[in-house]
Ligand binder design. Structure first.
Ligand SMILES: *Cc1c(COP(=O)(O)O)cnc(C)c1O
Length: 382
């Protein structure tokens, strides 16, 4: 039996071979392996140059100033730094976020609540989006930060962060967005958009796991208190020896993603649409968040009258997630789908397919066949 078709690009992506090559050049004794903070020899200067080159590459994707990029270990850390760092720098205040954020935002918010700060969790509409009106309605005199994700990891549904950011700006409130899913796939121009903090990572766009960044606006200057103390790296916001190879890999991955963004997005969306066309031959299937603007690769399908866990196990020709990868260890239905008003039964019967750079048309046909066979078999057995 050949390997299952990988349709879980929203959980993580393989590293692009061009990125692997760039990373390897910064590891071995012949490579640019030195500590970028070493100021006393050429080895260190070359590593610093590689890091600063990648910083510019990442900044360019956001149309940011390189000095606004703070390296982190990923989007989880970037989210923690944004939320905890702003609250600490401000000496507390009220936070507005949404119930459909990634756990890295939700759990950081829970921690803030334990420290005595107030947090409001906005519910999405049925279409999976957080409305700017709901943000407006939740603003308080003491609100200091709003955190709403750009695109949701489970449904791929895109929020109107431009409108939400504009609202925040009008009210003198900082706006953070988790763009881990959208960066490299959607335009996110920090000069055109009123966002103050943006979390990104490499491994959802064909870069390595374990590296990410927080964009922190300089004008007007956003204050973020460090959460990891050490050598004062990253202008005091995040200490720790910079992983040159990871950083170079992220820079290269971002350049690749943006160079081909529109063509790749169109190709992936066409494959995703063909996948849905195939699956929708079945009765009792629907797209969670279907009518909303969505990322090109995402397809979150609710299968009526089948158990999601059984479906996942039986579909041995496709590698996919039920709900989000982070919660698939538990049998709780997806909190994102539940917040959207999807019933427990349908949420249990929901599967996230996500298409990516290395998906072929043949892969999609194989996946369609497997899904149809398995769903028909399971429904017959009911
Ligand atoms: C993957 C993901 C994260 C976590 O990023 P890591 O780099 O794996 O820590 C955060 N938010 C969203 C929306 C994600 O999809």
């Amino acid at each position: 039996m050949s390997q299952a078709v990988y349709l879980d690009y929203a959980a993580t992506t393989p590293v692009d071979p061009a990125v692997v090559e760039a990373m390897v050049r910064h590891l071995g004794p012949e490579g640019t392996f030195a500590n970028p903070a070493s100021r006393s020899h050429l080895y260190g200067w070359l590593a610093e140059e590689a890091v600063e080159n990648a910083r510019r590459q990442v900044a360019d994707v956001l149309n940011a100033d390189p000095r606004e990029i703070v390296w982190t270990s990923g989007a989880t850390e970037a989210n923690n730094l944004a939320l905890k760092g702003v609250l600490e720098a401000r000496g507390g205040g009220h936070v507005i976020t949404s119930a459909i954020e990634h756990k890295a935002v939700l759990d950081a918010c829970k921690w803030l609540e334990q420290q005595g700060h107030a947090v409001t969790y906005l519910m999405p509409a049925e279409d999976g989006r957080i409305s700017p009106e709901s943000v407006k309605g939740a603003l308080r005199e003491d609100t200091v930060l709003v955190s709403v994700m750009h695109a949701n990891n489970e449904t791929g549904v895109i929020n109107d962060i431009e409108a939400i950011g504009a609202l925040c700006r009008d009210n003198g409130v900082l706006f953070h967005t988790d763009a881990a899913q959208s960066v490299g796939k959607l335009a996110l121009d920090v000069q055109a958009m009123p966002v103050d903090l943006v979390s990104v990572c490499a491994h959802k766009v064909y870069g390595p796991k374990g590296i990410g960044a927080l964009y922190v606006r300089r004008a007007p200057d956003v204050k973020v208190a460090s959460q990891i103390h050490g050598g004062g790296h990253e202008r005091g916001m995040r200490s720790g020896t910079l992983p040159t190879h990871q950083i170079v890999g992220m820079g290269e991955a971002f350049v690749l993603a943006t160079a081909n963004r529109d063509d790749e997005g169109a190709r992936i969306a066409a494959l995703r649409d063909r996948l849905w066309q195939g699956i929708s031959q079945l009765e009792g299937v629907s797209i969670n968040g279907g009518e909303s603007p969505r990322l090109p690769g995402h397809l979150n399908v609710a299968f009526a009258d089948v158990d999601g866990e059984m479906l996942l196990t039986a579909m041995n020709q496709v590698a996919v997630s039920s709900g989000s990868a982070c919660t698939s260890a538990s049998l709780e239905p997806s909190y994102v789908l539940k917040a959207m008003g999807v019933t427990d039964a349908l949420a249990h019967g929901s599967i996230r397919f996500s298409v990516g750079r290395f998906t072929s048309a043949d892969d999609i046909e194989r996946a369609v066949q497997n899904v149809i066979d398995v769903v028909n078999r399971l429904r017959k057995a009911n």
